[in-house]
Design a protein around this ligand. Structure first.
Ligand SMILES: [Fe+2]
Length: 212
C-alpha cells in the first residue's frame, strides 16, 4: 500500500490507495461482467430515465439477491472475484490497526471485528442527473468504494454535512477510498454521459464504534 494517501477529516482518517494486486486487465474483466448484468437490468427502463433512480433501484435489486446469498449473475460467477473480497478485508484490517492514536483497538479486537460480514454492491452513474445524495452507512463499521471505471468529469465523492467542513476526493479507476461508515458522504453530479462504475463495500457492525 505504498501509494496510500491519508486524509484527515474531523480528526478521523480517510484512506485513498490503489489496489496494487489487481491488474487493470482483471478490473476490465469485472467491468465487462458488470456491464452485462447491468444492461440486462437497464433494458427495463426508457433510455432517458433518471440514472440516479435507476441506480437506487439497482441497489435494491442487489440487496434482494444478497438476502438469498447471491450476487449479480455474471460478476458472481467470476472465478477471480473472491480475490477482491480478500483484498478489501486486508485493507480494512490495516485501516483499523494503523490508527492506534484514534481507535486504540488491540489486535485481538481487530481480529474479532474483521470476522464480521463484508457485503458489496455496484453503483453506476452518468450525466445527466447522475448523483448520489448525502447518506451514511449506519449498519456498518468501515465502508469503502473501489472505482472500477471512471470517465473524465465523473462525480467526485464528497464527505461532510454542511458547506463549512468538507472533503472532496476525485475518483480514480483502480483506487479505493476507505472511511468510517458513520461519515456522511455523497457523489457530486456526473458531467460525463459515459458510465461511472464503482463497487461499494461495507464491513457490517455498529457504525458508532469508530466515532467514540
Ligand atoms: Fe455510500
Amino acid at each position: 500500500m505504498s501509494k496510500k494517501v491519508v486524509h484527515l477529516f474531523n480528526k478521523r482518517p480517510i484512506w485513498q490507495f490503489p489496489l496494487e494486486n489487481i491488474s487493470s486487465t482483471l478490473r476490465q474483466k469485472w467491468v465487462n461482467c458488470i456491464l452485462k448484468d447491468w444492461h440486462n437490468y437497464r433494458s427495463d427502463f426508457p433510455d432517458d430515465f433518471n440514472p440516479s433512480i435507476i441506480n437506487n433501484d439497482f441497489y435494491v435489486q442487489q440487496m434482494k439477491l444478497l438476502k438469498k446469498g447471491k450476487h449479480l449473475p455474471t460478476l458472481g460467477e467470476d472465478e477471480d472475484f473472491p480475490l477482491l473480497m480478500k483484498q478489501f478485508k486486508e485493507s480494512i484490517k490495516n485501516f483499523l490497526a494503523d490508527a492506534p492514536d484514534v481507535w486504540k483497538f488491540p489486535p485481538t479486537e481487530i481480529e474479532k471485528i474483521i470476522q464480521k460480514e463484508i457485503y458489496f454492491w455496484i453503483t453506476i452513474l452518468h450525466a445527466p442527473q447522475g448523483v448520489h445524495k448525502l447518506h451514511m452507512h449506519e449498519d456498518s463499521i468501515v465502508s469503502g468504494v473501489y472505482y472500477l471505471q471512471v470517465p473524465e468529469n465523473s462525480g467526485c465523492i464528497r464527505f461532510g454535512g454542511g458547506p463549512k467542513e468538507e472533503l472532496i476526493l476525485k475518483p480514480k479507476a483502480g483506487e479505493v477510498v476507505l472511511f468510517p461508515s458513520y461519515m456522511r458522504h455523497e457523489v457530486l453530479p456526473c458531467e460525463n454521459s459515459d458510465l461511472r462504475m464503482s463497487l461499494a463495500f461495507n464491513l457490517k457492525g455498529d457504525a458508532l464504534l469508530l466515532q467514540k
